[in-house]
Design a protein around this ligand. Structure first.
Ligand code: URA
Length: 422
């Protein structure tokens, strides 16, 4: 077997065996298969796809490339978002679910490109520790039902190495590559319930609903086949989620949501994600789980758990600072908001310093954008559309206004939850 033969076989659109896929992944990991050969392989997958069976094999090979976390804790639930703008759901869902006795032992990522990462958001809370030993992590979950860290152990090294190459070879949006990347990591982190939040739209990795359904169905199948209770929500990422975009601003919005004052779309999504995690973990109907979740969202128990969690990881909840320099942007005309381009808003927030373009960039936690209106809202000329929180970097008013489309006719509010795959 050699890489050239495998590349040619794929080019002929023949199905690859598990041994051939293993040969490529293991060879890439040990350096015998070079970056340029792997790029060619990833590009072939991007263009020609993989069968369901090949994707399942690829996921298992990646899963077995490193450590797997096995905690002696039940029930253990995990969630994963494919990434979006203003997506702070983990900060709300994790303590809410933990407050109902379902354990959350989660590993999260940093933001790259126009999307934010949970770890960066949490680091805007002064002192918050995002690194722990496995023992500390396990003990904290046993003690307070929740712990969240950045990296731990050598989980799915194949994904780390492949993802870095996908990022620079234009293959991040391939369905079998996303499915194997997400599911190998979720399976390695040991939870028995996995709830996926697959973002769809202009600010997401997957733009078309048809592709999202295919990806969601595949990921749920892979999870279930591995004995995990798995569900996937397809959710709207045409406009930012909630109002706040930017690290400290998003933490403050999460706190407000946990106090029962969240924006409508964010509220609806965190309730559904949490209810699915509870329903699958406790094996109770979704309606019953939703009742429990709503109760702990509105009686303050979710917020109490958030405070306990932040304190356990050394964070000072009173330390969250946002920039004092602000600029309001107002509407140039009367009408209804038809579009707030999530991708543009994400990129502009990054320009302010809220995100990074390369892994080395340093984030300014205090900056970002807070929307005042969402799609479907009525707006009058001169009325505030958003506030920019800036420090040393500024953005042009005309650039941010270009993210908006305001029309005369009434616009329906878009649904945040588009579909559910179980
Ligand atoms: N998130 C991941 O972890 N992997 C992907 O490929 C896409 C989103």
């Amino acid at each position: 077997m050699n890489i050239l033969e495998i590349l040619e076989k794929k080019e002929r659109k023949e199905i690859l065996s598990k041994e051939e896929l293993e040969y490529v992944i293991n060879g890439f990991l040990d350096g015998t298969i070079k970056d340029y050969q792997m790029s060619a392989f990833l590009t072939e997958i991007d263009l020609l796809g993989l069968t369901e069976e090949e994707t399942i094999d690829l996921t298992n090979i990646m899963l077995n490339s490193g450590d797997k976390i096995k905690l002696d804790i039940e029930p253990l639930a995990d969630k994963h978002s494919t990434g979006g703008v203003g997506d702070k759901t983990t900060l709300i869902v994790a303590p809410l679910v933990a407050s109902l006795g379902v354990n959350v032992a989660k590993m999260s990522g940093r933001g790259l490109g126009h999307t934010g990462g949970t770890i960066d958001k949490l680091e805007s809370i002064k002192g918050f520790r995002t690194e722990m030993t496995l023992e500390e992590f396990e003990n904290q979950v046993k003690r307070i039902n929740i712990a969240l860290v950045g990296q731990m152990g050598n989980l799915v090294p194949a994904d780390k190495k492949i993802y870095a190459l996908r990022d620079v070879s234009g293959t991040v949006d391939s369905i079998p590559l996303i499915a194997s990347s997400v599911m190998s990591k979720k399976l390695a982190s040991g939870a028995n319930t996995i709830v996926l939040d697959l973002k769809v739209g202009g600010g997401a990795l997957v733009e078309s609903l048809e592709e999202a359904k295919e990806l969601g169905t595949l990921m749920v199948k892979i999870g279930n086949m591995n004995g995990k209770n798995t569900a996937c929500l397809l959710t709207n990422m045409d406009q930012p989620l909630g109002f706040a975009v930017g690290n400290a601003l998003e933490v403050l919005e999460s706190i407000e949501t946990l106090k029962g004052n969240g924006p409508e779309d964010l509220n609806e999504l965190v309730i559904r994600l949490s209810s699915l995690m509870i329903s699958l973990s406790k094996n109770i109907p979704l309606e019953e789980a939703t009742k429990q979740v709503e109760e702990n969202l509105y009686n303050g128990k979710g917020y109490e758990k958030f405070k306990e969690w932040v304190e356990a990881q050394n964070g000072d909840i009173n330390s969250i600072e946002v920039s004092q320099k602000t600029k309001e942007i107002v509407s140039e005309k009367d009408g209804y908001i038809k579009r707030i381009d999530a991708l543009k808003i994400g990129k502009l927030a990054r320009e302010l310093g809220a995100g990074r373009l390369t892994k080395e960039d340093i984030i300014n936690f205090k900056v970002g954008i807070v929307l005042n209106k969402k799609v479907g809202d009525k707006v009058e000329k001169g009325e505030k559309l958003l506030t920019i929180y800036y420090e040393d970097k500024e953005i042009k008013e005309e650039d941010i206004l270009a993210a908006y489309e305001i029309v005369e006719e009434k616009v329906e509010k878009p649904k945040v939850i588009i579909d559910m795959i179980k």
